[in-house]
Design a protein around this ligand. Structure first.
Ligand code: UDP
Length: 229
């Protein structure tokens, strides 16, 4: 039984969040998103000419995303360079951003998104996607809405919001579900599942994720307002 969380949070409580935009002066848009001990920095370039040319689409923008974990982001030192996990995470971030950005309004152009994880304590793909979406908004790209992402899951018998690495590794068993929403549309733009869960518990987890994402969404909007208003 997992009755009390390792860090004493409520089951439906997010870790402490910091969010800011405009952190990379040389990029068209950028953002830093920190949740507990997980931190991601995103920088966006474009829209610009597509290179290499074969990636060009006549009817929409091409989004290229690179996710990477810094070697110093975890206690054991992450192996430098891009591995299969990095490629998978880059893919899911690209796919979510394709839903968030009006890519059809930017044909024959390229948007490059670089996301670096400086500290990792689980939930890095969610923090990265959230930072990337704030950076896209900071770059002034036309968007349906911001993306708010968070991991939910089951630790032991409990449905919890925003898992830490310690919770992911809980010996009584864990199911990890990164989820992301286009909040005002209620649309899910990322949903992955690592572990087992009943249909009923999955529904509860998704609803918990929606609540957590709403809180993250407000924080993202405030960070952008601080920069532009
Ligand atoms: N992790 C690590 N070394 C790695 C990859 C991951 O220590 O090379 C840790 C890190 O804390 C990460 C966590 O494992 O946040 C969970 O990784 P997962 O692949 O589930 O993705 P994430 O939860 O970060 O989106």
């Amino acid at each position: 039984m997992y009755e009390e969380r390792f860090d004493k949070r409520r089951f439906d409580e997010l870790r402490k969040i910091e969010a800011e935009t405009g952190v990379v002066p040389n990029a068209a848009g950028s953002a830093r998103f920190k949740i507990g001990n997980t931190e991601a920095i995103a920088a966006v370039y474009g829209p610009e000419e597509v290179k290499p040319r074969h990636l060009e689409h006549a009817d929409k923008a091409t989004i290229v995303c690179k996710y990477d974990m810094m070697p110093f982001s975890v206690p054991d030192r992450a192996k430098p360079g891009i591995d299969r996990r990095d490629m998978e995470i880059s893919e899911v971030i690209t796919s979510a951003l394709n839903r968030a950005i009006f890519v059809e309004d930017l044909p024959k152009s390229m948007i490059s998104v670089y996301v670096y994880v400086t500290q990792a304590d689980a939930g890095t793909r969610c923090a990265s996607l959230t930072a990337a979406s704030m950076a896209c908004a900071d770059a002034g790209l036309p968007m349906r809405d911001l993306v708010a992402a968070v991991a939910v899951g089951k630790v032991g018998d409990s449905i919890v919001l925003d898992l830490t690495k310690e919770e992911e590794d809980y010996e009584g068993g864990t199911t990890d579900i990164p989820i992301a929403f286009l909040q005002s549309k209620g649309e899910i733009v990322l949903l992955q599942l690592d572990g087992n869960i009943s249909r009923e518990d999955l529904k509860k987890a998704i609803e918990l994720g929606r609540k957590g994402a709403q809180e993250i969404y407000e924080i993202e909007k405030n960070a952008l307002k601080r920069r532009f208003l």
